[in-house]
Design a protein around this ligand. Sequence first.
Ligand SMILES: NC(=O)c1ccc[n+]([C@@H]2O[C@H](COP(=O)([O-])OP(=O)(O)OC[C@H]3O[C@@H](n4cnc5c(N)ncnc54)[C@H](OP(=O)(O)O)[C@@H]3O)[C@@H](O)[C@H]2O)c1
Length: 330
Amino acid sequence: MIPAAMRAVILREYQAGLDHLSVDDFPIPQPGDHDVIVKMTSAPVHPSDLAFIQGRYGFRRALPTVPGFEGSGVILAVGAQANQTLIGQRVACLATRADGTWAQYLCTGEQDVIPLPNSISDDLAAALLVNPLSAWAMVDLARASGAKAIVQTAAAGALGKMIMRLCQRWGIETINIIRREAQISELEQSGARYILNSSEPTFDKHLRELCVTLGAHIAFDAVGGSLSASVLRALPNGSTLIIYGGLDGQPAQFTVDQFIFRAKQVRGFWLSHWMRDVSSETRAEALMDILANSEDFTSPIAGRYPLEQAPQALQTYESSMTAGKVLLIP
Ligand SMILES: NC(=O)c1ccc[n+]([C@@H]2O[C@H](COP(=O)([O-])OP(=O)(O)OC[C@H]3O[C@@H](n4cnc5c(N)ncnc54)[C@H](OP(=O)(O)O)[C@@H]3O)[C@@H](O)[C@H]2O)c1
């Protein structure tokens, strides 16, 4: 039996800042033919969620809406044409309908839930899709291009560590860029051999030298702004910079010689496009690898907050992202 209403975090207006969300009663939609209703267990806060509530993400939803792009829970009900055996299954889920995961219930497509084996903990399940699939997809791009080494920014973040661990498993060296000294020891403990601090005056020179020594021709950048330009400059001729995040919030300025005389390229990566464009076999391969090697795709958890404390949870997360993911528990 699907209740008529639930408690949910509600976004009523896209605007800058983090203090414009409220927690209130919100209707639960009836599932469409191929939809499922998930009773949520937990949902993480990602940088993309912060960008979404501020109107800076790749799309907007009609307001009011519930934010939250992923999470985990148990299937409560399914639509008339959906797979009935899903009922009662513990799943990881992506929000692909009108509203998101920061709520007691989620209505989403049946193809957007992944049944979970017992080996996957609730903490891991909460953030099992967005970052792990992105890491897998990007490192797979590097592997397909024959890369021996890659450069990555925001390396101490959850996704950065996944990229590093997957590269280690697939025999690709990583040059890991962080911005604070305190982030070095944790990355070293995870096995990183090459770590550069972008705040150091010697950063550009050392990055250039390492790229040549290790043969890095591909870089993944989550930061944007002046760091994107520095990384592109440091890469050898013919390299590709793939931008997948804009944590800096500033535009990147590239000099044209990088493209004309040095034959470098800049392109973007968005998981939504990757999911749309790759074959179902590739998506299945990625998911099977993530489930089978889940230790490569774990994120530290910095805290768990009830829905009612969502505004506080967002502030905590933004003030110290490297500390780990913040989970909202309905
Ligand atoms: N394109 C896609 O499909 C896709 C998919 C998934 C994720 N992403 C993006 O991937 C990025 C990382 O996500 P995540 O979940 O790994 O985040 P996270 O765990 O919160 O980590 C973010 C990391 O970036 C660092 N950082 C934040 N602002 C920075 C800045 N201005 N300059 C340099 N470093 C900065 C943080 O360090 P501090 O602790 O010093 O702040 C932290 O180490 C985000 O931009 C997210 O939107 C994109």
